[in-house]
Design a protein around this ligand. Structure first.
Ligand code: M6R
Length: 590
């Protein structure tokens, strides 16, 4: 969702700095942007709709050492320049950017209007600088005014408020993520660390219900409700700038697909003792639930099969957004396993809260170190995929699948066997992703790029991968794609098949192979153009995409060619795969 980046310190190029950092948050998805620099008694504001990276000549020549920048994902009010953040107070000395929703903004705005405040946008955000301005009339200082204002707001939010007179930056958080970068030359506050990775790798986390105030020399964290100061640790993050950049690749999505040559092995590199402890926790739990959203949810679904086939253990999957309806089944002895790349997804956090209210324990499988989900869970496993910037999740998924498969093996008392399988699979992926293979998929994309419908089938763990294939193709190429369990075809979806409709079968070399081949034959008989992603060729396939025979890790290898295909379908249809319409990388609102 919205990208937030603010700076206060000794540097004199804060305007240019926040604009540059904001470009590293573009992956979060947005429709307009804005920047404010504190100059003299007020703010120099530039904002517009569209992409900030496409604006030529956006320069801040003025000296400035206090600035904010924001990418907006429209919620309240349309996509207009006026609605873009930052928003200012009437006297123009307070600038605010915001992520989240102020649910009671209507009543506050009416009240402020009566007091003479003028509003220029349709946003909920604009009440924030005006209410702070009002509170500042009686508060002891700027931070106290922001605190008083925040206590009036209902809903989840993260805000940055800047004040020219006190040359200070105040941040407050009740839901959406905020991280502080501690630099030698000041403080950087952002919704994610790619914004400031170039300047510092030392971070401090601001938790929900907390705020901070900094003038660039020092920083004070406190409890938002009580104002009581909170000491904070400084933590070093180990992601490199190179990992967070595109390098020679045209898009992050392709770079991240290629990263899978190494990232699966990194996911497998877990502390064995910890994995065994967690396997025991799953074994002992009275009811284990797996939740996630989107792609991470598909990893959870695949894990249901891993746990069943490998460890003969029943676990329950639910999309995180549905999980609260399961609360009747939760006990203090239950275990919730949450899977999330970003570690910030609102529905997943909600599911965790539901489980915690019932006294259940939570195991989080995340990519982003120090994320809210990682910090709020009882146990955390990191998938070590490195930064994933493209909206379409690729390497995070295969890392999640690898970790879940490893846990299933540990649960079955076969951790070593699982590790060996996954490391072998990792080498097979590195071989598979060679230039010839990628070109082959590019050619296939050329053949089907003008089709408007695409269906994918699979069985067992390849069934969730069929659904994931559909997500990947939909979100970047905008082709209508759907994934089904092969056996379900005859119960409805087969009616959709016409002459030359492209259909993909995800196949392994296991007990369900014959079934999926039979389903493919049924599709072909109705005219389908069959594409087989399989270790072995079969005459039913008009196109065969060879994948290694990876046994129980087949889901991991089968999804990778589909990621590449989705990427080329997007590019060939003239879409930017890194920034799909209507989507955000991290969905921090419900
Ligand atoms: O950060 P998370 O893994 O919690 O995100 C969950 C979904 O929003 C995410 O997987 C989404 O479905 C991706 N855009 C799909 O590629």
């Amino acid at each position: 969702m919205c990208g937030i980046f603010g700076y206060v310190g000794t540097r004199k190029d804060a305007g240019a700095l926040v604009v540059e950092g904001l470009k590293n948050l573009e992956y979060r998805g947005y429709d307009s942007w804005g920047v404010a620099c504190s100059i003299g008694d007020g703010f120099l504001v530039k904002k517009d709709i569209g992409k900030i990276s496409e604006v030529n000549g956006l320069q801040f020549y003025e000296e400035c050492s206090l600035a904010v920048a924001h990418t907006r994902w429209a919620t309240h009010g349309g996509v207009t320049k006026e609605n873009a953040h930052p928003h200012l107070s009437c006297d123009k000395t307070i600038a605010v950017i915001h992520n989240g929703i102020i649910e009671n903004f209507g009543e506050i705005r009416d009240e402020l209007k009566k007091k003479g405040h003028t509003f220029v946008s349709e946003t909920d955000t604009e009440v924030i600088p005006h209410l702070i301005e009002e509170e500042l009339k009686t508060a002891e200082d700027f931070a106290a005014a922001v605190r008083k204002a925040c206590l009036r707001f209902e809903g989840r939010f993260a805000i940055l408020a800047l004040h020219t007179a006190s040359h200070s930056l105040v941040a407050a958080r009740t839901g959406s993520p905020l991280i502080v970068g501690v630099g030698k030359d000041g403080y950087y506050v952002a919704s994610d660390f790619p914004a400031f990775l170039k300047h510092t790798k030392t971070v401090q986390y601001i938790d929900n219900g907390e705020m901070l105030v900094t003038d660039g020399n020092s920083i004070i964290f406190s409890d938002l409700a009580t104002g009581v100061e909170k000491p904070k640790r400084e933590i070093e993050i180990n992601w490199s700038i190179e990992q967070a950049e595109k390098g020679d690749f045209e898009h992050f999505m392709l770079k991240e697909i290629m990263d899978q040559k190494e990232s699966v092995a990194r996911a497998v590199n877990q502390d064995e003792e910890q994995i065994m402890t967690l396997a025991k926790a799953i074994h002992d739990a009275k009811g284990t639930f797996l939740v996630g959203c989107g792609t991470a949810a598909k990893a959870c679904m695949a894990a249901e099969y891993f746990f069943s086939v490998i460890a003969e253990k029943h676990v329950n999957f639910a999309p995180a957004s549905e999980f609260k309806l399961y609360h009747h089944f939760l006990k203090p002895e239950s275990l919730l396993i949450v899977v999330s790349q970003s570690g910030e997804t609102a529905d997943v956090l909600d599911a965790m809260r539901v489980a915690k209210l019932k006294g259940a324990k939570v195991l989080a499988i995340v990519n982003v170190e120090g994320s809210t989900i990682a910090r709020e869970a009882d146990y955390t496993l990191r998938i070590n995929a490195g930064p994933e910037r493209a909206v379409a999740s690729t390497k995070a998924l295969t890392g999640q699948l690898a970790v879940l498969l490893l846990i299933a093996y540990a649960l079955a008392g076969k951790l070593r066997q699982g590790k060996t399988l996954l490391l072998e699979t990792s080498s097979q992926i590195a071989e598979m992703l060679n230039p010839r293979y990628v070109t082959r998929l590019k050619e296939l994309a050329e053949k089907i790029k003008n089709d408007e419908n695409l269906y994918i089938i699979g069985k067992s763990w390849n069934y969730p991968m069929a659904m994931e294939s559909a997500i990947k193709i939909q979100e970047v190429s905008y082709i209508h794609a759907e994934g089904f369990a092969g056996g379900e075809l005859k119960h409805g979806p087969i009616a959709l098949i016409e002459q030359d409709t492209p259909c993909i079968a995800l196949v392994g070399n296991d007990e369900v192979t014959t079934d999926v081949i039979t389903n493919s034959i049924e599709l072909k008989a109705r005219g389908a153009f069959m594409i087989g992603v399989a270790p072995k060729k079969h005459e039913v396939f008009a196109e065969w995409i060879k994948v290694p025979d990876a046994g129980p890790a087949q889901a991991i290898v089968n999804i990778i060619p589909i990621q590449v295909l989705a990427y080329f379908l997007a590019v060939k249809r003239g879409k930017n795969p890194d920034m799909p319409r209507n989507l955000a990388k991290s969905v921090t609102v419900k």
